[in-house]
Design a binder for this molecule. Structure first.
Ligand code: NI
Length: 171
């Protein structure tokens, strides 16, 4: 299956709000499969549809890389219905190459969504899975983790990206 192009900051598609998925059809299933392949190939632990230029509300998450045995989640129209506590940890993003920074998130979340068959699911998550779900669901609203880091670090990153676009002519 073809790998999809991962959009990178400052691509404006990353700042748009995605629309709800209304129909779970064959073309959505193909897109989900291609996104799964693209995420594993990157490699990454999560991917949201806007990151491949699709402004629809669905995400793919698999935080098992390494030691934990967490499943692959395909979540359609996901919503965070409860948040508890706080955790601070380092994040990266396939759309923000070479940026890693601490981000404060809720420690535990409950997410309601549909799975890829259209069945409703509820996930109670903590630690890395909770962090990743919050990060990916943010993408559906055009929010990037760079919005949640120190202003100085954000400015330095923007400057670096501008400079590399000027030198390389973009990619
Ligand atoms: Ni991301």
């Amino acid at each position: 299956m073809p790998l999809l192009e991962i959009r990178e900051y400052p691509d404006p598609v990353l700042r748009r709000k995605a629309l709800s998925v209304e129909t779970i059809d064959d073309s959505l299933q193909r897109l989900i499969d291609d996104m799964i392949d693209t995420m594993y190939a990157a490699p990454g632990i999560g991917l949201a549809a806007p990151q491949v230029g699709v402004l629809r509300r669905f995400i793919i998450v698999d935080v098992s890389a390494g030691e934990t045995s967490s499943p692959l989640y395909v979540l359609i129209n996901p919503e965070i219905v409860s948040r508890e506590g706080e955790q601070v940890g380092e994040e990266g993003c396939l759309s923000l190459p070479e940026l890693n920074s601490d981000v404060a998130r809720a420690a535990r979340v409950t997410v309601r969504a549909l799975d890829r068959t259209g069945a409703p699911v509820a996930i109670e998550a903590e630690d890395l899975l909770a962090r990743c779900l919050q990060h990916e669901i943010d993408h559906l609203d055009g929010v990037l983790f760079m919005d949640k880091i120190s202003p100085l670090k954000r400015e330095l990153y923007k400057r670096k990206v501008r400079k590399s676009l000027k030198v390389g002519g973009g990619a």
